[in-house]
Each structure stands twice: as C-alpha cells, then as structure tokens.
Design a protein around this ligand. Sequence first.
Ligand code: AKB
Length: 317
Amino acid sequence: MERIMIIGCSGQIGSELTMELRKMYGNENVFATDIKMAPSYITESGPFQVIDVMDNKRLIHFVIRNKITQIYHLAAVLSGNAEKLPIQAWDINMQSLMNILDLAREVDEVKKVFWPSSIAVFGPTTPRHNTPQLTVMEPNTVYGISKQAGERWVEYYHKRYGVDVRSIRYPGLISHKTEAGGGTTDYAVEIFYEAVRNGKYECFLSENTALPMMFMEDAIKATIDLMEADHSKLSIHSSYNVAGISFDPKEISNEIKKLMPEFEITYKPDFRQAIADSWPASIDDSVAKKDWGLNYKYDLKTMTEVMLREIKTKLGK
Ligand code: AKB
C-alpha cells in the first residue's frame, strides 16, 4: 500500500493533486503538508500537517513516522517572485530539493519522488519553437537556473544512488480551483477571473507573447501517469518536456470574446515580459508521448469554456 506525502498541498498544483491522489489511494494514505494552513477540503478529508520543507529534521521524522513511500515535492518560489528576491529564491528552491533527495536516499521505504521542473529551464539561446527534449539550456532567470540545477541533481541522484525521481517541465498551468502566485504565466489564469469580475483585463505581457500552457486536469493526469509508469520505460531521468497548448494573450482573449463579446483586453508589459521572451513558444513532447503515453484532453476552446463556467459559479456571477 502506497503512503504518499504532498509538500505544498495548498498551492496551485498541490490543492488538486492531493484530492486526486486521495481518490485513487484512499484519503488516509495521502499526507498533505504545507508551510501554512491548508483549505478545509484538504484538512478535513485526510491527514494534514504544517511542515516547512526547509526543516530537515521534522521532515525526516514525519516521513519515518508515517511510513511514507512516495513524495511529491511541489513547494517552490516561481519565476516572477524569484526575480524580486533572487538569493532567497535560490536557497528555498535548491535546499528544499536537496533535503528531499537526501531523505529519499537515506530512507529505504521512500521508493519514488516527484519534483516539478519548468519550461523556465530554457533560455534565449534555446530554439524557441517546438523546443526539443535535449537542446541548448542557458536560462537567465533565478527560477530557471534553480530548475536547471535541480534537473542536474535529480539525474545525478538517480545515476549515483538509484533514487527514483520523476519530473515534468511544466508549462504555464491553468486552473480555476487555486490561483497561481508569482509566476510569469499567471496572466492566463488572471484573465479569466478579471473577465468574469470586471469584463476587462490589463495584461502584463504583450499581445503576441506565445507561451506553452496546460489545463490543470491534463497536468494532474500527466503527473500521475508519469509516477505510475514502469521505470524501465523511462529514458529521461532529468525532466520530461510536456507541450500542452501554445497561445498568446491575443488568442486567449479572442477565445474569451467568443463567449463574452463585451470582454476587453489592454496591454501593459512589466518586468515579466523579459522572462516570457526568454522562454519557448512551443514544446516538442514526443519523448514523453513515446515513453509513458502522455496525452491531453483540452484545447484552447474547451479549456476556455470550462474556466469561464467554473469561475462564474465560484464567484456567483
Ligand atoms: C512561472 O510562470 O513561473 C511558472 C512556470 C512556467 O514554471 N508557471
């Protein structure tokens, strides 16, 4: 029987992944943790503990006491926030990963770890379109540098110590349950909330800034599919490219306008424009498709329909 620990259960990914894993493995076998109190649907449906991933001693005690077999380490400082406090972001992103890798090496019961990487591992010298799995990687953001270094460590721990860490280079993630925080792709979530709340949105990226994105339901499925895949099928032990859907702010606003003709968008690029300009516009995910059967359900149209419908219900509009 698997006993799963989620680190960062209150975040954009963690809040949905925790509930999906509880459905699959039983509420009592999915141990949600976060540095702060989690929403009631998490604390009331299964075990929850406030834990700081930087507190190594408590982390090890928790893992041993609860006989944890899998860890999903989702806590991180995202791209926009990391540029404001570069050294702190580097410390948090790297030290938390090293804590988990060492723990997985030392505690035999821990059989698998999931750690998210990001399209931020790529940089301005990377081919921008259909970015290959293996290519030039010269990230120029703190977040990107920490994710790239993380990928190297993850692969090293696999090769040197046999630690089974699995990872996806997530594109921007779009969800209606928990809002993202501090990222560059966050505009693609904010736009829906602002469309429903105010009928208009001022975008912090320019209209033709194309980026890869993915609807959360597809991201959760991809994450669990990778974690369940037969180890012998995996040819990548750093992190897998995942493409999702590529679009720019103008394209998503046109899709919203089809359902809300009165919606208006204006553009006022800020410091996040330079981050977005250094990232790929589209991704080649053929290796993930071949190795573990990556697939998607949502395109821009279906995602827009669900986002608007769900946010309207949530906000009572
Ligand atoms: C961010 O924008 O920082 C994240 C990411 C692409 O990793 N959403």
